[in-house]
Design a protein around this ligand. Structure first.
Ligand SMILES: [Mg+2]
Length: 172
């Protein structure tokens, strides 16, 4: 069975667009801290996958073709950095209409089905508690990349993306 580190997209892989959405490939700004973390994960024998909510598609703000172009840019930039993704698992649905929108675990479960992942040996890394919850519900260990909140159910809290690779090095 394969083990994998799932990374949330906005705020982890790329700079957070704030309360809105990345609406154009040029607005997708890869974070060096993610690149370092993904490289570390691969070097430790983990696959790397993305698990992202993109409700802007359901809301008509981000056309699917634009989302595809953004992800093509992401794949190309990561490839240039030596990073290959196991998959991009993306929920484009409206709230309460599916079983894959984080904090639900559907994206991770789908990846596990496709790639025979051992979810208990996988990690979910995100910048929101909903990422942590999705990981927990899938049976993964979790990393919250955020200034420490008052409460979190994350296995590990890392206060800044630039510290993620170092933190993962001690647990992967
Ligand atoms: Mg995020």
């Amino acid at each position: 069975m394969t083990r994998c580190v799932f990374f949330d997209r906005d705020g982890v892989v790329n700079q957070s667009p704030g309360p809105g959405y990345v609406e154009h490939p040029d607005a997708f700004i890869l974070q060096p801290g993610f690149v370092a973390a993904a490289r570390l994960a691969m070097a430790r024998g983990y696959a790397v996958a993305i698990a992202t909510n993109q409700r802007g598609v359901a809301r008509g703000i981000v056309p699917q073709t634009t989302l595809d172009a953004i992800h093509a840019r992401m794949v190309a930039e990561l490839s240039g950095q030596g990073i290959t993704l196991l998959g991009i698992y993306c929920c484009t649905h409206e709230r309460n209409t599916c079983t894959c929108r984080k904090p639900q675990p559907g994206l991770l479960m789908e990846a596990a089905r496709q790639h025979d992942l051992d979810l208990a040996a996988c990690w979910m890394v995100g910048d929101k508690e909903s990422d942590v919850e999705a990981g927990r519900r899938a049976g993964c260990r979790t990393v919250l990349v955020s200034p420490p909140p008052e409460t979190t159910r994350a296995t590990l809290v890392v206060p800044h993306i630039d510290l993620l690779a170092e933190a993962l090095a001690s647990v992967l």
